[in-house]
Design a protein around this ligand. Structure first.
Ligand code: PLP
Length: 371
């Protein structure tokens, strides 16, 4: 039996019929941009994320760019983040006009290493972007302490962590502003692109909203040059309906993770992901580590079990960042993870049979002895 890595089709008949109806209504009303659906979703998503307010946007990359710009970050400023993330995190720093400063990740949690962060702050540093990678929050308290002491902004990259918790509080309202993506594969996914920022600060959100809508204060009165970055009404309707089931979906992901963990108890060649004591992990991805990663990947592929490497090349070694002049060896944890990590099938609609098939394969894996 084959098991896909991911399946984003809508399997729940109730959700499907509600989405069909909502889209039908929007087509009838021809309200494609803005309007009630966008307002409703933005209110419910902000409330969901620890009672913050939300501004919806065209995608998660824009959320990061506009968040930095709204905080006044630009040329001459430095923003600290990790090299073990998706490139959107650092693209945003560059597009805001600031420069990237990397700190390595913690080898257990794969999120920002706090000791490294302390050493990396300079007089030009203006903000820190911790990434809640694979669904696990970064260790926010020490990061917030450092930020407070050095007067830095904290921008959460929560694109992979809708509903994850840090010490019982949902991500999204832990720092100054948080950035979300609703790309179809994310824990809360649209039927196309989508994004949002969440914050407790009305002032910062008003700036993001203005930047996202051509710097408009009024229809044809522009106080600055902005962008066109809107979430359309069709996506907002889909997201509003799917948000109601996000907690149930995340619970199912956590249950699948628990089952994988059990299958790995006596498997000495594969290490399951560590969950920090402070974290409620929502398993956007379930990534194992193995010294025999490539063999494990080929083995699973032979058995028609989907898997993938996130991320095969840490950002500091990407050709796009050759200009930074960073060498292999600079961020050893990220480098080693990129050679050891493998993501297993993980999506809420996986059947128990799917999960069992993966578990049986994991138990039976043993690397060929190479002479
Ligand atoms: C998906 C993702 C983004 C970007 O979101 P888009 O909606 O694809 O632009 C940013 N950061 C991380 C960590 C992501 O996984």
């Amino acid at each position: 039996m084959s098991v896909p890595f991911l399946d984003v089709r809508i399997k729940n008949p109730d959700v499907r019929s509600r989405i069909d109806r909502a889209l039908g209504d929007l087509i009838t009303d021809a309200s494609y941009i803005g309007g009630k659906e966008v307002q409703l979703f933005s209110e419910s998503f902000g409330a969901y994320c620890g009672g913050g307010k939300c501004v919806t946007l065209a995608n998660g990359t824009d959320a990061l760019i506009l968040a930095l710009k709204a905080l006044g970050i630009g040329p001459g400023d430095e923003v600290i983040t990790v090299p073990f993330t998706f490139i959107a995190t650092t693209e945003a720093i560059t597009h805001a006009g600031a420069s990237i400063r990397f700190v390595d990740v913690n080898p257990k949690t794969y999120t920002m290493d706090v000791e490294e962060l302390k050493r990396a702050v300079t007089s030009r540093t203006k903000a820190i972007i911790p990434v809640h990678l694979f669904g696990q929050p970064a260790d926010m308290d020490p990061i917030l302490d450092i930020a407070k002491e050095r007067k830095l902004y904290v921008v959460e990259d929560a694109a992979q962590a809708h509903g994850a918790e840090y010490k019982g509080r949902r991500v999204g309202t832990l720092g100054d502003i948080a950035c979300f993506s609703f790309y179809p594969t994310k824990n809360l996914g649209a039927m196309g692109d989508g994004g949002a920022v969440v914050s407790h600060s009305e002032e910062i959100l008003a700036k993001v909203a203005r930047l996202a809508d051509h710097g408009r204060a009024d229809r044809y009165f522009h106080t600055l040059e902005g962008f066109n970055s809107r979430l359309d009404a069709l996506q907002a309707a889909v997201l509003r309906i799917k948000l109601e089931r996000l907690d149930a979906m995340n619970e199912r992901r956590r249950q699948i993770a628990e089952t994988y963990n059990k299958a790995l108890i006596n498997q000495s060649f594969i290490t399951p992901p560590a969950v920090a004591s402070y974290a409620k992990h929502v398993f956007h991805l379930y990534c194992v580590e193995s010294s025999h990663r490539d063999q494990l990947q080929a083995y699973l592929q032979d058995r028609k079990i989907g898997c993938g490497v996130y991320y095969p090349i840490p950002l500091h070694l990407q050709p796009a960042y050759a200009r930074l002049g960073l060498k292999r060896g600079g961020f050893p944890v990220s480098e080693s993870l990129s050679e050891r990590i493998l993501a297993l099938p993980m999506f809420p609609d996986m059947t128990d049979d799917d999960v069992r098939t993966v578990c049986e394969a994991l138990r039976a894996f043993s690397p060929a002895v190479l002479s």
